[in-house]
Ligand binder design. Structure first.
Ligand SMILES: Nc1ncnc2c1ncn2[C@@H]1O[C@H](COP(=O)(O)OP(=O)(O)OP(=O)(O)O)[C@@H](O)[C@H]1O
Ligand SMILES: [Mg+2]
Length: 468
């Protein structure tokens, strides 16, 4: 069964609504709106005659009813009719200081929750919040197994469990509770132009593709309203085109010069159509193209691929508009690459690139750099790799060039991906879901983001176009 959250846009973000037997976490910074969102989900379910158990660990149950009243909800009447149960639960009785022991667990909480749940036959259980409980565990391992028990015991075929948890302002990585649940709804408050802006995203979802992008939302008397933002808030001053049909338009006119574009691809998606189309476009504008070759992206293959698409880049090659910084110049295995990478260090790569950039600048040509980072990410040590990417990005920005950096996001760690994302100005995700390929924009310097759009492939340039 699917239970609506009562918030239309949120239902869409979580693939139609809350699924029974699933457990969701609402994560948010302090005051972001975890309790308010939980209240609206509660109220939405009650109006559809779905019994709800609301457990509050922070405030007394009458305060929760009061809170609902401030939004015009009459929770008291649902309590009277036996459709709603609001309970306050704490781990330790008032005034008692629990000594941390190995045997400390959640079994008491689980038993109490189950009893309350059965009493009203609740289909939706909300636990606001679990943060205090987590803090009681000394070891992550014990916390994990206890919460797994909790989730297993409370969720069954026809219930949904939602718990809220506090997140830190700059939380880059998923925390323990996120690994345990089927879906994560993240909310946060951001200060922009002296205004508090609330944002909501769904970084994890088991039933469907998660929506990493953030939507703005507001809380007012009428409830929680989510705005889907697909349009760029600012237009560009100095822009370049990618040459990919509709992408520039979606990005707000193009990409600003000095941009580092991170293109995240899954292992199954061939990014060459995107890469070649963009490269062809930049060459047609007489730009200087530098290619950092690697196992996947090397000179003979690129020339071959252009031939196959019946596009001729010979004149650009002859005029020296395309320069390959070839470590390998042929297809090599990862093992060979590891050995050969010692031939040219990252410092060599950077200094050669800078020399080339200067030469192009003297010829009054703008520079575009292409490279596949995946192997470097695996061959180099994490710190060397991140230093390399940071230095290269610095050069791109400093010299008003453009870099397209491709990375297989399945082949690198979350931590590295998070660091790359911080440095990149634009993040494009290019991936396959069943038989379709999708492109989406997760971040851009214009503030533009867009939802996954289907891409179409052609035999000749442009090899890729966005449709839908
Ligand atoms: N009656 C109301 N009308 C409009 N907005 C409200 C109302 N009550 C609360 N809010 C908004 O909701 C926000 C607080 O929401 P909420 O209490 O759900 O936060 P929370 O994430 O649960 O915080 P905490 O970490 O303290 O538990 C406030 O910052 C305010 O913007
Ligand atoms: Mg709260």
């Amino acid at each position: 069964m699917i239970i609506s959250t009562g918030i239309n846009e949120l239902d869409k973000m979580i693939d139609g609504g809350l699924r029974t037997s699933y457990c969701y976490a609402i994560k948010g910074t302090a005051g972001a709106g975890k309790t308010v969102l939980s209240l609206f989900i509660t109220h939405g379910a009650l109006q559809k005659d779905i019994p709800v158990l609301f457990i509050s660990t922070e405030v007394e149950s009458d305060k929760i009813v009061e809170y609902g009243k401030s939004f015009g909800m009459d929770l008291q009447s649902f309590i009277k009719s036996g459709q709603l149960s609001v309970e306050k639960m704490t781990l330790k009785p008032q005034g008692v200081n629990l000594v941390q022991t190995e045997r400390f667990d959640l079994s008491g909480i689980i038993a109490r929750t189950k009893a309350k749940l059965q009493k009203i036959n609740a289909k939706l259980v909300i636990f606001d919040s679990i943060t205090a409980f987590f803090a009681e565990f000394q070891y992550e391992k014990t916390a994990r197994s206890n919460f797994m028990d909790f989730i297993r015991e409370i969720t069954n075929e026809d219930t949904v469990l939602i718990f809220t948890a506090e997140s830190q302002v700059a939380e880059e990585y998923a925390t323990l509770e996120e690994f345990l649940v089927d879906g994560v709804i993240k909310i946060r408050t951001e200060l922009k132009n002296n205004q508090l802006i609330k944002k909501i995203s769904v970084p994890k979802l088991r039933s469907a593709q998660p929506t990493h992008f953030e939507n703005r939302f507001i809380i007012d008397k009428k409830g929680v309203t989510i705005f889907r933002s697909e349009h760029p808030p600012i237009s560009l001053i100095e822009e370049e085109k990618t040459g990919i049909g509709r992408l520039d338009e979606l990005l707000g006119g193009g990409i600003p010069t000095g941009s580092v574009i991170l293109i995240e691809v899954d292992g199954e998606t061939n990014y060459f159509p995107l890469f070649l189309t963009s490269m062809y476009h930049h060459l047609s504008e007489n730009k200087g193209v530098i290619i950092h070759s690697n196992v996947h992206m090397y000179s003979s293959k690129i020339v071959e691929e252009f031939k196959r698409s019946k596009s001729d880049i010979t004149s650009h090659l002859n005029e020296g508009n395309v320069v390959f910084i070839d470590k390998y110049n042929r297809s090599v295995t990862a093992v060979e690459a590891r050995e050969m990478s010692q031939l040219m260090t990252t410092d060599d790569m950077i200094s050669v690139t800078v020399e080339l950039m200067e030469a192009f600048a003297q010829a009054k040509q703008k520079v575009v750099l292409f490279g596949d980072l995946t192997d470097d990410a695996n061959i180099l040590s994490e710190s060397d790799f991140l230093r390399y990417f940071a230095l290269q990005s610095f050069n791109i920005k400093e010299r008003r060039a453009i870099a397209y950096s491709f990375i297989n996001f399945n082949a690198i760690s979350r931590e590295i991906l998070a660091r790359l994302r911080t440095t990149a100005d634009i993040i494009i995700r290019f991936s396959r879901v069943e038989y379709n390929h999708y492109i989406e924009c997760l971040k851009s310097s214009t503030g533009a983001t867009f939802l996954p759009k289907i891409v179409k492939f052609n035999d000749t340039v442009p090899l890729i176009e966005i449709i839908g």
